[in-house]
Structure formats: C-alpha cells, structure tokens
Design a binder for this molecule. Sequence first.
Ligand SMILES: *Cc1c(COP(=O)(O)O)cnc(C)c1O
Length: 446
Amino acid sequence: MKFVSNRVQARHVQQGTRIPESELVTYREAVFRGLAPDGGLYIPVDEPDMRDLFLSLSSQTTFLDIAARMSNALLGNELGLEVADRITTTAFDFSPKLNQLSDDIALLELFHGPSCAFKDFGASFLAASMSEMLSREDTRAVVLTATSGDTGSAVAHAFKDKQNIDVVILYPSGRVSPLQEKQLTTTGGNVHALEVDGSFDDCQRMVKTAFQDASLSRDVRLTSANSINLGRLLPQSFYYVYAFSRLKAAQRDKLIFCVPSGNFGNLTAGVYAWRWGLPITGFLAATNRNDVVPEYLESGVFQPRASVRTPSNAMDVGNPSNFDRLQSLFPDHQGMGTVIHGYAVSDEETIATMRRYYDERGVFIDPHTATGLFASEQTSVADVRDAGLTVVLATAHPAKFVEVVQQATGRKPAIPARLREAMHKPKVATQIAADDAELAEFLRGL
Ligand SMILES: *Cc1c(COP(=O)(O)O)cnc(C)c1O
C-alpha cells in the first residue's frame, strides 16, 4: 500500500489528473515523517478489497489473527509477511472485548491494554513498526511528543524497552491528573519524562520548534508519535473488524459503530475498514460540547474554534486533526452524512448517563464512553439505528477518570492492577523551563 499527502491528492482531484508515482510514499516514510513535507496528512492511495477476508472470520478468530491478516493485506507487500507478522505479534499482547449490554447496544471495550485506553492499540503498533524498521539500520531514533495526559501514557508504555528508540515526553507541570503523571513518569529506562514549567501550549510549541531546528536534526534523529501518524491510525481499523467477527449474522444487519470523538482518528480508522469492505450501515460520531464536526455534518460549514473544557477532556478538541482525512474520502458534507451521523452531548447529559448506568446496572462508565452511550440512545438518531445493533467504542477504563466517575456515581471504581502498580512507583521526571534551548540541550545529551 502506498500513501500520499491529502493536499497532493486534493490538487489532483480538482485538476482531474492522476497522482504521479513520485508523490507516493511507503509506510516506512510515512511513519518516520509523521506529517508530509507540504504540511498535509498521509492517506492511503489505494483501497484494498478485504471483504472476503472479513466474511471468512468466525467468532473464534482471535484479535491477533485478525490484526495479522489485515497488516499483511496492508503492509505485506512493502515489509514482507514475516515482518508484518512480527510487528503485530509484538504490538498486541492484549485484545478488545465485546460486551453486549442489551439487544440494541454493545460496548467494544478498548481499555484492556497497558495504559487502559484505546490509544494503546495505535501506540503499540507504531512502536513495534518503528522498532522493527530501525532494527535493520544501525541508527537510533528519538520520539518526541507533548501530552496533556492520555496520549503520553499510551506512548510511554508502548515504547518502553524498545532497543533502538528513546522517548521524550513533555507534559505541563501540575496540569495532568495525578494518575496520568504517574503513568508518564514511572516507566523509566528509555522513556524520559520532562516536567515543563508551563502550559500544554508551551509544550507543543517546544516540540514544534525542535522539529524545525535544522542544526538539532543533524545531531538527533527526531520523529513523532502523535495521533496523526499513520502507524497509529491504521491499526485502529482492526478492532472494528474484530467487533464484526463477534456478532451473529442477524446482529450484523444494520450495524452502526458509535465513536466518542475528539481528533477523529478513531472514527477515520473505522471509515477505512468500511471502505475496505466491512459491510456495515454507518457511524455515529459522538462529541462533547466541542462539536465542530456534528455542526459541519448539519450545515456543510467547518468552523474550527478554541476548545472548551468538559468532563470528557480527551475529546476537548476544537480543530480535529483528522478532519481533512475524512474529507478526502467524501465529495461533500452530504456525501459524508450518508455514512457518518453526528451528535453532540452536553456535560450534564454525560454525567447523568454515567450515573444512570451505575444506578440501573451497577456498571462504571468513563465520561468519554458515556457520550457515546447517550448519543446512541437518542431517539433523534433512531432513524440511523433503525432497530439494528449499535456498537459503542468504550475508549477508556473508568478508573482512569476516577474523579469524574466519583462525581457522577458517588463511588470509586476498582483500579486495575496495572494502574495501581504505576501509582505506587516513584515519579522520575526532569524539570525544565518552557524554553526551546533547554529542550535542545536535553535532546543532544541523550
Ligand atoms: C483520545 C481519546 C478520545 C478521542 O479519540 P480521537 O481519535 O481523538 O477522536 C476518546 N476517548 C478517550 C478516552 C481518548 O483518550
């Protein structure tokens, strides 16, 4: 499979011309570059037909097997089947679970990985890909990333102990939750946490400056692991197929996936699975009050704006970075609207949904998943659902957001062992000022 910058693709679509070979890049190039040199996002240029593969799966097929078959179909040509297999096997020593709540709603639990959130799937596959591709060269790479919480912990766990990679994670001092800070700072080894005396915006600026620093990039091979990286995006398509394989033929009829969304990477990966032949009816994008995509689907106008804070803070995104990828798949908002429906959930509805699931069923739901459950239940989207099954992606373990869960239910969920472990380890972080030169010095000293 080859990839191209969405900007190049858009230009050729407009001019009605073919994209020349010279514009295409391999998975390897796309993964190490992150962003295309023209500032665009890499998108697949061809669409493999995997329908037969999808229909041949049974409810006994393991997630690892599904992931391996899809990686082979996507990357086997470039990397060889053996390498593609090794990447999947290294990446996934955890699996999703499908939990049917009622006749019309099921949860696809994506929080059984090391950091207890769905970002583990993408981060693990990216880490395994990079490590495998570097192993045949004699170089080290430094993964540099800024985090406001969730991404950093998934990246820290995924890259831990990778031989040829150092990871440097910048986070704003005092502005991530205590548990998130522990997850970032207790991995040790090749994972270096930098506690920045500044805001998340400062962290992002420092990372951006480092990437643009030509002299620094001669000394240090920098690469990114953020959510626009194809190495994180592609593997997120695997669990949609897994959910499909777990359902009986009658349930698959009119199947809808509801995706709690912020940067829309998770949803985009699902749309790819559909384009590659997964026979489903459509998607419901649940957002919180940061609702620029539901608004676009309604009006055809995409109006990015500053984000607002909500209880589902990993979805507090005012300018979703994967929107351009979605747009490249559809001619206009009406075309997109035939496959993707949007629904924005208020803070009160989110909290009330968490409370109701606890009171009525005794289950703890994290605030992100709660937006998905609420959106799925709404009668205004019943026409989308049309009495079929909705699979809601459960994006995080409730124990990751214990403060909000406690506010909604009055109770604390049980903490999984892997989170408890991190809480008891000592924090190891290097304090630095919000200063570009200090970061450059740290990177040179690695
Ligand atoms: C990142 C995140 C989201 C949003 O996912 P996108 O791919 O950015 O849309 C939703 N829920 C949780 C728990 C997250 O960490």
